[in-house]
Design a protein around this ligand. Structure first.
Ligand code: ATR
Length: 286
């Protein structure tokens, strides 16, 4: 190995597929802007090669790793230490590597909260659509950090929502409800925050509205869709017509990356990096 290679730190993202991952773009830009000698690469790994790849990476010279679909849970057994939030969420998306000693973190929950942090005081009644991994990170953020009063989880498969709530109840005593999507749409409650964590409305799928926000919102309700492609899903279009505040998945994409970057380097993205990402990513996403 030449001297150059020993001074450049290596980071990467493991997942499958990774064709559409923007993480390399985000982190390499941030490293460049801060003059940090590091590279961030895609480590696309098919499910049947995952264990083999992990063994190789553990004996390699990585400084940090992001973990994405479908490995955020499967990675847990390769972690030597886990941060309490990642443990509670049951999923790791960021690893800090110290030789073969790996510490797992979850930065999705913090990335989710960042774009609504100035609104948190007025958020008490929340509805989450979906009950998968993304819903779990969002629910934990709302339960453990914000401590909302009331959380309704609506999912196509109600049993999955019930299972999520059983886990959440071990971590906080707020009022919970579960239902399918239709029941939530007709509940008559005006929520302060409605978050879509499902893939309904994502590009490539049929144009579908996960839930009509009109009967379950009031002036001031925030409609938050974790999807960033397209930037304006049918849900956000419906919310905009009602003059509601909307948040798409782009800030969460950028801020969960910044949280990982902070864990690895101890540094934040500089403002130019953030401005650049908000300008450029929409072009790349299209
Ligand atoms: P993620 O980790 O991104 O949350 P996931 O764990 O596969 O992904 O969860 C996907 C979520 O989107 C689930 O809540 C799923 O509902 P089910 O639990 O009923 O499968 C939801 N979802 C996906 N496609 C959907 C559709 N066409 N209509 C309604 N919900 C859908």
């Amino acid at each position: 190995m030449n001297k150059m290679n020993t001074t450049i730190k290596r980071y990467g993202i493991i997942g499958f597929p990774l064709k559409h991952s923007f993480s390399p773009y985000i982190h390499n830009r941030a490293f460049g802007d801060l003059g940090i000698k590091a590279v961030y690469e895609k480590i696309e790994t098919e499910p049947e090669k995952f264990e083999e790849k992990m063994a190789e990476l553990k004996s390699g010279n990585l400084s940090g790793l992001n973990v994405t679909i479908p490995y955020k849970e499967r990675i847990l057994r390769f972690i030597d230490q886990i941060d309490p939030y990642a443990k509670a969420i049951g999923a790791v998306n960021t690893i800090k590597c110290h030789y073969d000693r790996w510490t797992g973190y979850n930065t999705d929950w913090a990335g989710f909260l960042k774009p609504i942090e100035t609104d948190l005081d007025s958020i008490e009644k929340c509805l989450i659509t979906g009950a998968g991994g993304a819903a779990r990170a969002v629910a934990f953020a709302l339960l453990k950090v914000k401590r909302v009063e009331f959380l309704w989880i609506a999912n196509r498969t109600v049993q999955r929502a019930e299972k999520l709530v059983r886990t959440l109840k071990q971590h906080g005593t707020i009022e919970f409800r579960t239902s399918d999507l239709n029941e939530a749409a007709e509940c008559g409650i005006s929520f302060d925050l409605i978050v879509n964590t499902t893939s309904v409305g994502m590009s490539g799928q049929k144009e579908e509205l996960i839930i009509d926000p009109q009967p379950i919102s009031k002036p001031g309700t925030i409609i938050y869709d974790l999807i960033y492609n397209p930037l304006e899903t049918p849900l956000l279009q419906a919310a905009a017509k009602l003059n509601l505040k909307t948040v798409n998945g782009l800030p969460m994409l950028i801020f969960q990356a910044e949280e990982a970057f902070k864990i690895w380097t101890g540094r934040r993205f500089n403002q130019n990096t953030i401005n650049h990402l908000f300008d450029k990513l929409p072009e790349l996403i299209r």
